[in-house]
Ligand binder design. Structure first.
Ligand code: SAM
Length: 378
């Protein structure tokens, strides 16, 4: 926090406990659909709000400094609590789990959580698609243990190949070579296919688009370009720093022959393009210029157990209170938690990015407060 400034409001403290329907509805056989007909398929789980990078678009140093109050350990969901919630979510139709943060590899003994999540099954008896998003700084050291615990694949965030630009963007002087080494080790141990996410900021790293594409072409790594988003309240986001995906694509097509590819799954965030010679593919994630709320099937679980049904939400729902009980209620059973989650999801109506796109730039379509990305994960 900036010197001497006391925050008026800690966004992490906001969040209602979801009501548990009484009497409980009978168990469902099909997926829950929200108010816009969208199923719940993808759960992103933030395992820590801490990160060892200070990317200015996510955790700028002047806000997340040495005085910033990260969550105390007792407030975090334990691995057992996370696995229990994930099991209930799987019963409700979730097929994919992504561990994120903060930097998930900072959470000690993460492999123990991965092993618990890898054992979960969908109602049809299938394993869940289990993945993780990381800045790659600890990946070389941890890749084998993650794989052994049951992790399927990883997504690595990397915003530049140029070492000076990369060190400036992570703002902790971390060298690009170590992240590239992490990607190689992850590939070697079989955490594949690896995706690399590059957040593109106009005037900061847009000259890295073509070098990054050339670097990863033919390696089996899928490079995805993400539009710089107005998540949270800390990054000083400005529309003129967003490089629309259409421009990214135009630059890539000047360099290589790309053809459109079909989506690989429902609710996929990236538009896919393949190299015409078959040497790989790239993705474009255009949440600012081409909102994809229409088939959004994602929910996000914060480090301390609040559920957010939109990346741009202002507040979340306190699931930890259901797990642990609170001043008013005893801890709830799995069936009660499932019923509460079902009730929450069926009421969900979020479509922040579409609303933002439909309003003049000067008008704010979202909630007055938005939760920070490092707290609910990407
Ligand atoms: N520490 C991990 C990492 O670096 O991948 C996981 C958490 S990070 C919040 C998840 C993803 O969100 C990263 O790919 C990051 O680049 C992306 N991200 C953070 N802030 C963003 C923003 N304002 N716009 C677009 N992407 C952002």
């Amino acid at each position: 926090m900036t010197d001497g400034v006391i925050p008026l409001l800690d966004l992490r403290q906001i969040g209602r406990t979801p009501p548990v329907p009484h009497p409980l509805p009978p168990p469902r056989t099909g997926p829950w659909l929200d108010a816009r007909g969208r199923p719940l398929r993808d759960l992103r789980i933030s395992v820590t709000d801490r990160c060892n990078f200070r990317c200015s678009y996510c955790m700028p140093k002047d806000v997340f400094d040495k005085d910033y109050a990260f969550l105390p350990h007792r407030d975090l969901l334990s691995f057992e609590e996370i696995a229990r919630l994930a099991r209930v979510f799987a019963q409700l139709g979730v097929q994919k789990l992504r561990l994120t943060g903060g930097e998930p590899l900072l959470r000690r003994h993460l492999e123990a959580l991965i092993a618990q999540l890898a054992a979960l099954r969908t109602p049809d008896g299938l394993p869940l698609d289990l993945t993780l998003t990381t800045n790659g700084s600890l990946l070389a050291r941890k890749a084998q243990a993650l794989k052994d615990a049951g992790l399927k694949r990883v997504t690595v965030s990397l915003d530049a190949l140029d070492d000076d630009i990369f060190r400036r963007m992570n703002d902790v002087d971390f060298p690009v070579a170590e992240v590239l080494h992490g990607i190689e080790v992850a590939q070697a141990v079989g955490l594949a296919p690896i995706k690399v996410n590059m957040v593109v900021k106009r005037g900061t790293n847009d000259d890295q688009i073509v070098p990054m594409a050339r670097h990863f072409r033919g390696t089996g790594v899928v490079l995805r370009f993400i539009e710089y988003m107005d998540v949270g309240m800390s990054n000083g986001w400005r529309m003129d720093e967003v490089l629309p995906s259409a421009e990214v694509l135009a630059r890539l097509r000047e360099d290589a022959d790309l053809v459109p590819l079909a989506p690989s799954s429902d609710g996929e965030t990236a538009t896919r393009w393949g190299y015409a010679d078959g040497s790989g593919e790239i993705g474009l994630i255009s949440s600012v210029t081409q909102a994809f709320c229409g088939d959004c099937n994602r929910a996000r679980l914060s480090t301390e157990g609040r559920l957010y049904t939109c990346l741009f939400a202002g507040d979340g729902h306190d699931l930890r209170a259901l797990l642990r009980g609170d001043a008013v209620h005893e801890a709830r059973t799995d069936d009660e938690i499932a019923a509460a989650l079902g009730a929450l999801w069926t009421r969900r109506n979020d479509r922040y990015s579409e609303l933002r796109a439909s309003l003049p730039a000067a008008m704010d379509s979202g909630p007055a407060r938005r939760v920070e990305m490092h707290y609910i994960g990407g």
